[in-house]
Design a protein around this ligand. Structure first.
Ligand SMILES: [Zn+2]
Ligand SMILES: [Zn+2]
Length: 401
């Protein structure tokens, strides 16, 4: 997003009937209190897990900035029309929000061109937006990102530089070797030294037998694995298990043709922390040098199939292009027969869920602002457009039958 002149924060956030926002207890707070402060407009849709993941990080940044005495406020903008969900979303925070069901929400979404959640728009005390993708920056820096909010372009550039250096310095050994623990295991528990894997493209696969989407995804991943290995042997997957007991781990691992961290291995914690894993299944792609290529390699595989290999910047750009392409011609809002309310199109992550086919989403979902409900565009549109022609949607693609 290019820097935008927002002007006066009061006229941006108020309406003819309202000159206040609400705090987490629902108490009115005059918008004029925000004058002279840096304001982060936080657009979030609480049912997307990406938002559930992002909210605590933003809360931490908010706390840190207040601690060092910054004039900073988060204003949450929630496109939900159901009071209970709205209350739940604001209750747990310590920041402000545009009131429930307020007419300004649609206008704000439009004004800032928001079509994916979470989106963070930062407005400086001078009434100008800052030309940085803050959601990406936080993704990159996590807890350290608060420093970026004491912003000057110079400071931001330094932080991005630091994030880049950190990324470049990561190796397979820095990730997977901890004291004597310098191996992973293969079938029947045979030890494979980490140093033997250096120079390969690696997928780190966080998963658990207990999680239905993990079980659903496994056969597809096995297929991709064999196809990729057929063309390039310098490729490996390492399973990092979240199974609560050894029996589940062994049962699940026995159906995988690749490597794993041993059950109960302490390295799991640092890996999950490094990649900020809070949902399963997650698939992180590592370059042969060990640096991170993609934190959501699952989405890449879903969009590009085996062509996603070797998960490079070029492939990520291609997936992004196809994702945008995909949505061309899809209406912004629809009213499918499957659901009683109108649904809105938005970007989603690969873990968001379709209520029709009960599969995870691929890049886009139509979501309901009134209740917890979302549909794949393929599932939402198929009655309207494709059923006549005899199509089926298996959750990944719609195909003619
Ligand atoms: Zn679906
Ligand atoms: Zn609904």
């Amino acid at each position: 997003m290019a820097a935008k002149e927002v002007g006066d924060i009061v006229s941006l956030l108020s309406t003819d009937e309202r000159d206040f926002l609400v705090d987490s207890n629902g108490e009115k707070v005059p918008i004029s209190d925000l004058q002279g402060k840096t304001v982060a407009l936080y657009f979030s849709y609480p049912y997307f897990r990406t938002c559930a993941e992002f909210t605590p990080v933003l809360a931490q940044i908010d706390r840190k900035l207040k601690e060092v005495g910054q004039s900073f406020e988060v204003v949450q903008v929630l496109p939900v029309d159901e009071k209970v969900s709205y209350n739940e979303a604001i209750e747990s925070t310590s920041w402000l929000a545009v009131p429930f069901n307020d007419q300004s929400v649609t206008g704000l979404l439009k004004h800032f061109g928001v079509n994916s959640f979470p989106t963070l728009v930062l407005i400086g005390s001078d009434g100008k937006t800052v030309d940085v993708n803050f959601t990406e920056l936080i993704e990159e820096l996590s807890g350290e990102a608060w420093e970026a909010f004491l912003f000057s372009q110079e400071k931001l550039d330094k932080l991005l530089e630091k994030a880049k250096a950190k990324r470049e310095a990561q190796t397979l050994e820095s990730l997977f070797v901890s004291g004597d623990l310098d191996y992973v295991i293969g079938a029947q528990g045979s030890k494979v030294p980490v140093r033997e894997l250096v120079g390969k493209t690696i997928l780190v696969y966080f998963s658990s037998l207990q999680c239905p989407p993990c079980r659903a995804f496994l056969p597809k991943l096995v297929e991709h694995y064999h196809q990729i290995r057929n063309v390039d042997n310098a490729f490996e997957i390492i399973f990092v298990s979240s199974d609560p007991d050894r029996a589940s781990f062994e049962e699940f691992f026995s159906s995988m043709p690749w490597l794993a961290l041993p059950f109960g291995d302490e390295r799991k914690k640092s890996l999950a922390r490094t990649f900020r894993i809070c949902m399963l299944p997650s698939l992180v792609a590592l370059h042969p040098s060990g640096r991170t290529l993609a934190r959501d390699a699952k989405q890449l595989l879903t969009i590009l199939g085996t062509d996603a290999y070797p998960f490079t910047e070029e492939k990520i750009t291609e997936a992004e292009r196809r994702t945008e392409e995909m949505a061309k011609g899809w209406p912004e809002k629809i009213k499918p027969d499957l659901h009683e309310h109108e649904l809105t199109l938005a970007r989603c992550s690969s873990v968001d869920y379709c209520h029709a086919c009960e599969q995870m989403g691929i890049a886009w979902l139509y979501y309901c602002t009134k209740c917890v409900y979302s549909l794949h565009p393929q599932c939402a549109l198929k009655e309207a457009e494709m059923d006549k022609e005899g199509c089926v949607c298996d959750g990944d693609v719609c195909r003619k039958i």
